[in-house]
Design a protein around this ligand. Structure first.
Ligand code: C2E
Ligand code: CA
Ligand code: CA
Ligand code: CA
Length: 277
């Protein structure tokens, strides 16, 4: 039984036994769900702000639970990280997404797939060869896959992560700095990693409307990123105003509810068709 549901009070610190039991049951259920292929990739489109065409998708994991409905990733991703399930979870979601991307590709639709990468996986010596094997399996070019790594997760220990990020880049994968603007890393630090993309966090996008100085920072971050040949993406585009501001600032791609929510593959395929007519 998971302890996150709103109708259930969070475990109190005075009841460590209950807490422990609850979280390990959650982990066990999650392990089962992963092995039974019950976790699903949802796809959220990314749109070129100049041309309005769709260029790719971000892959977001969903866990439909028989009794509890959808368990949010903010709950099960940390659970997976804590109980060493994140490796299996990522390969499962990436495998499904690569298969889907290969399928789109065969039907003439070339979309990049951006997959979220937990920093813990960058410590595993075999991870790069495992994802490379997945590519071979689905006959997908590495350039069509982008790994998203959050800015804040990198700050801690760059050493080992750096080597594996460089290996991913050498294989031809794209590398994206996710949630940019929420951490404290400088562009100079980030420039040590062979990133191909910078993804502006949605809180930055929203606050930029209210504060002139944040617009100045946003504009210079975008300019600097472009000078470093990075593709720029703004996430959390919720309104026409967000869209206009980011387009005016020269941001390359937009993602957010204003365009579409993350969707299962069948819904996404239908959505793409409505965009072309
Ligand atoms: P993220 O990587 O920053 O993903 C963006 C989140 O913002 C997603 O939440 C997405 O549904 C949501 N979002 C998209 N557009 C909008 C918008 O216009 N407004 C608002 N308010 N939200 C928007 P989601 O799917 O709940 O995922 C939450 C986080 O869980 C992700 O944040 C990511 O860090 C993590 N996550 C999801 N799937 C995976 C996965 O397969 N692997 C790993 N390691 N992490 C994942
Ligand atoms: Ca992301
Ligand atoms: Ca993000
Ligand atoms: Ca995030």
């Amino acid at each position: 039984i998971l302890h996150h549901s709103p109708d259930r009070p969070p475990p109190s610190p005075s009841a460590p036994e209950t807490h422990k039991e609850a979280s390990s049951t959650g982990a066990h259920e999650l392990a089962l769900a992963i092995s039974r292929h019950q976790l699903l990739p949802y796809y959220q489109p990314q749109i070129d702000l100049k041309s309005g065409t769709i260029t790719g998708v971000e892959v977001l994991a969903r866990w439909p639970h028989a009794e509890k409905g959808f368990i949010p990733p903010d709950h099960f991703i940390p659970l997976a990280e804590k109980h060493r399930l994140i490796h299996d979870l990522t390969l499962e979601i990436a495998g499904q997404a690569f298969a889907q991307a290969a399928h789109w590709r065969r039907s003439g639709v070339h979309l990049t797939v951006a997959v979220n990468l937990s920093p813990r996986l960058l410590d595993l010596p075999d991870f790069v060869s495992e994802v490379d094997a997945l590519l071979q399996q689905y006959q997908l070019p590495a350039a069509q896959v982008i790994w998203e790594v959050t800015e804040s997760s990198l700050a801690a220990d760059l050493g080992i992560a750096l080597a594996n990020l460089a290996r991913l880049r050498l294989k031809g994968f794209g590398l994206s700095i996710d949630d940019y603007g929420t951490g404290f890393s400088s562009m100079q630090q980030l420039s040590r990693i062979p990133f191909t993309e910078l993804k502006i966090d949605r809180s930055f996008v929203h606050r930029a409307h209210q504060r002139e100085h944040l617009r100045v920072i946003l504009q210079s971050a975008l300019d600097m990123a472009h000078k470093m040949s990075l593709v720029t993406v703004a996430e959390g585009i919720e309104t026409l105003e967000d869209w206009k501001l980011l387009r005016e600032f020269g941001c390359n791609l937009a993602q957010g509810y204003f365009i579409a929510k993350p969707m299962p593959s069948e819904t996404f395929t239908g959505w793409v068709k409505t965009q072309n007519t």
